[in-house]
Design a protein around this ligand. Structure first.
Ligand code: 13P
Length: 339
């Protein structure tokens, strides 16, 4: 794939009114989510849940791409079509999570390095053959006393940059996700400092590895107060701090920034995205790649029962529509009422 094809794919993932559904929970995480609604996790229940989401009528109006997990990219819808084919037939680009998880970073208690580089070239070729057009790798950065360490930031930035270079070689658009966690009592300023440092080092590493910025997407956290902070910054403050941080460290050549929701409520994630887009224009498209903030209410409504399938799909389509509007800075509170 040429570099202009990669750039075109990256741009189509952040097309107006659209963003990405992250449905790439590992089996462990998906099991936790299903436990939460009283459903036993099995290959069959995970397939039934994902199939419900992917067959949602009208989803393609607001969802440009779906990030799949290794198990999911090999599963089929009820009509026998492979999930990537089903998505592609509706104009939704299939993506794939390719890291193998965050593992304890030696010598650095409380910190992790995301692994998965060994054999990655071969796995990317296989995923491309299964229909993937883009990929995701998530690094996790914790804020705490003395954290993050330079070693954690540098190691993760390096791994993400090597992953991104391999993706582009394989014809896949890399989503580069260095997530600074919301966990902790830190304030907005501390999150801004750590996010700025994290992203600054990330773009240095991407440059060092020769990654073409036009053919990638950045998936960052928003600059936000820690979940246990005594007072939490409001929507306008979060939006302003996040944009200030990005203007300092995210090159304009990057076509899009697709946020993770990271534990924000559905409504917070939508409001923050809308507020930032209303403060535009920006050099990059600002969109979403939400997991929990897109799925949580639909998952609860589905509850593992076939008779709830259509209700859950309507709820998912509604969240996608609200975020599609926020992605253009035209969400209103009245849109939250489902018709
Ligand atoms: P959340 O939106 O639930 O944070 O998930 C997005 C994601 O893909 C994290 O890697």
């Amino acid at each position: 794939m040429s570099s202009s094809d990669l750039a075109a794919t990256a741009r189509s993932l952040v097309a107006p009114g659209k963003g990405i559904l992250a449905a790439d929970e590992s089996t462990g995480t998906m099991t936790k989510r299903l436990d939460g609604i009283g459903v036993a996790s099995s290959e069959a229940t995970r397939r039934a849940y994902r199939g419900m989401l992917f067959e949602t009528p009208g989803m393609e109006q607001h969802i440009s791409g779906v990030i799949l997990y290794d198990e999911t990219i090999r599963q089929q819808a009820d009509d026998g079509r492979a999930f990537p084919d089903l998505l592609a037939s509706r104009g939704v680009l299939p993506g794939i999570k390719v890291d193998s998880g965050a593992k304890a970073l030696a010598g650095h208690p409380g910190e992790t390095v995301t692994e998965g580089l060994d054999g990655l070239r071969e796995r990317l070729a296989e995923y491309r053959g299964l229909g993937a057009r883009f990929a995701k790798w998530r690094a996790v950065i914790a804020i705490g006393p003395g954290l993050p360490s330079p070693a954690c930031l540098e190691t993760n930035a390096h791994a993400l940059a090597r992953y991104a270079a391999l993706c582009q070689e394989a014809g896949l658009v890399p989503i580069v996700e260095p997530e600074v966690l919301m966990d902790g009592a830190h304030d907005l300023d501390r999150c801004e400092t750590v996010t700025t440092e994290t992203l600054g080092l990330q773009f240095e590493a991407l440059r060092a590895q020769g990654v073409q910025l036009e053919g990638m997407l950045l998936k960052p956290n928003m600059v936000i107060s820690g979940t246990q902070a005594p007072t939490r910054a409001g929507v306008a403050e979060v939006a302003a701090a996040t944009l200030r941080c990005f203007r300092r460290v995210v090159p304009a050549a990057v076509p899009g920034i697709v946020f993770l929701s990271g534990g924000q409520s559905d409504l917070e994630a939508t409001e923050h995205l809308d507020a930032m887009n209303r403060m535009g224009p920006h050099p990059w498209q600002l969109s979403f790649s939400y997991g929990r903030a897109l799925q949580a209410p639909a998952l609860a409504a589905w509850a593992g029962k076939a008779e709830n399938r259509e209700t859950a799909q309507r709820i998912f389509a509604h969240r996608a529509a609200c975020n599609g509007a926020a992605r253009d800075g035209r969400w209103t509170r009245s849109m939250e009422q489902m018709g």
